[in-house]
Design a protein around this ligand. Structure first.
Ligand code: PFF
Length: 455
């Protein structure tokens, strides 16, 4: 039975650094290190980077501030926080969509996260040595199609995630993100230095930093906005849930700016780590999602000390994924425990088992279930598509409409200024973006991704 304490008092983050580490930990993940470099690689490099950064600042930060304001005001899970601010309305549906999105994202994300564990072992035991690009390609495809190994790694990853979430906010999420985020930064720094000191690195840096605007199309713009949402963990209640544990003294605007900067910095560093190496070894920067699992191992094994750098790289990827999966699981756990009035422990077990079952289907869709198609897509792809291209932008749209048009100026201003204690000269711009610019821009990607086949 849950104790009264479980149900009444809520855990909280204990320090400012803890808040930044947890929120940046949610934002920084496979989206930065696996997805950003290949999406940038396929969409013109530097030009994509500029458009992306523009969206992070102009749309991402205000949406993040809105989510923080909702969560800290509501002091409840993503669903209930809306009900606290707008009792008797249907806005809580945004929170329910968020829980569903978290469920879906966690199911396919934990699959890729599981692959990173297999690749840590392969790199550490130097199994890439002597393999041709064709061999690496074949071994990756054989591995992901295996009916057992990827599932086991996925379950290991889910258990790790659940153990941290189970320990609570302060003693679990905060403690581990405070430890893991600096490690992640250090690892990525080591790999950046290794990459830029390779012969021929310059070309890679030029690809990332010299914008070629002839490459910017409507699609680049829409991809950049979609990627900004996914990468900043927006639109699905993860940051609403986390901010419900923020202290009343936290400056929400500066926290949002710091998290967005940290996330962008890591995405840029991932580019610095990957593109010089890609160019130095004469590989196409646009080799797609397999960039980090096939192309990079190919590069590592040609480098002196490649096994060590390969191992560091895959540990980095796993750590980045773990600080994101805990934020996804927390969305579901907070909702289950508060709404079903069950203990955190029970909620974590139920959520983990349920997500893992769906996750296994996603993982098996590269092997035994590859012929199962829903609307022409594999199980993995349909989960990714529904969450990333429909639920996140739709959630983001409804969040800005809620904050811009419904929740009222007073409530938002009171949260952003800590009841008038902080100055907020930016407030009129914030209101303008949240009321007009963000809804129109987000509606555009949403319509595009639904009607023109996705981002
Ligand atoms: N932001 C994470 C990444 O870039 O990998 C992915 C993610 C985590 C999306 C948590 C949404 C979320 F709630």
């Amino acid at each position: 039975m849950p104790t009264t304490k479980d149900l009444v008092s809520r855990d909280n983050f204990g320090s400012k650094f803890g808040i930044i580490a947890a929120a940046a930990g949610s934002a920084v993940g496979l989206g930065n290190i696996w997805k950003f470099p290949y999406v940038a690689g396929e969409n013109g490099g530097g030009a994509f980077l500029l458009v992306y950064l523009f969206f992070v600042l102009v749309i991402g930060v205000p949406v993040m501030m809105s989510e923080f304001a909702i969560g800290r005001r509501g002091q409840k899970n993503a669903f209930r926080s809306f009900g606290v601010i707008a009792p008797g309305t249907k806005w809580g549906v945004i929170g329910i969509m968020g829980v569903v999105a978290a469920f879906f994202i966690l199911a396919f994300y934990s699959s890729v996260a599981g692959w990173t564990l297999e690749y840590i072992v392969i790199s550490a035991t130097n199994k890439f040595a002597g393999q041709t690009p064709q061999d690496l390609n074949a071994s990756f495809n054989t591995f992901i199609a295996n009916p057992l190994r990827p599932v086991i790694w996925q379950l290991v990853f889910m258990v790790l995630t659940a153990l941290i979430v189970l320990a609570g906010i302060k003693k679990g999420i905060e403690k581990y993100t405070k430890l893991l985020m600096p490690i992640l930064f250090l690892l990525i720094l080591i790999l950046c230095i290794r990459s830029v000191t390779l012969d021929g690195a310059k070309e890679g840096l030029a690809f990332l930093f010299k914008p070629d605007f002839s490459k910017v199309t409507g699609k680049t713009i829409l991809y950049a906005l979609g990627q900004a949402f996914f990468s900043l963990s927006l639109g699905m209640g993860a940051l609403i849930t986390y901010s419900s544990y923020f202290s009343k003294k936290e400056n929400l605007a500066s926290t949002a700016v710091q998290v967005a900067l940290a996330d962008s910095l890591i995405a840029i560093m991932a580019g610095i780590m990957i593109f010089p190496a890609v160019f130095a070894f004469g590989i196409e920067p646009s080799s797609g999602p397999s960039l980090v699992f096939i192309t990079l191992p190919g590069i590592f094994q040609q480098m002196p000390g490649g096994s060590v750098f390969g191992t560091i790289f895959f540990i980095l990827l796993a750590v980045a994924a773990l600080t994101s999966t805990i934020s996804l699981l927390e969305v579901v756990v907070a909702c289950f425990s508060e709404e079903l009035k069950i203990s955190r422990k029970k909620a974590t077990v139920i959520a983990t088992v349920a997500v893992s079952i769906l996750g296994i289907f996603a993982t098996l869709s590269f092997g035994p279930l590859e012929n199962v198609k829903i609307f022409g897509m594999s199980i993995f792809d349909i989960l990714d598509y529904t969450a990333s291209n429909v639920l996140l932008p739709l959630g983001g749209l409804l969040i800005v409409l809620f904050v811009g048009w419904f929740a009222g100026r007073k409530i938002t201003k009171s949260e952003l200024t800590n009841k008038g204690k902080l100055k907020a000269t930016y407030f009129p711009y914030f209101r303008f973006i949240v009321k007009f610019i963000a809804p129109v821009a987000i509606a555009a990607i949403l319509i595009y991704s639904i009607f023109w086949g996705g981002l």
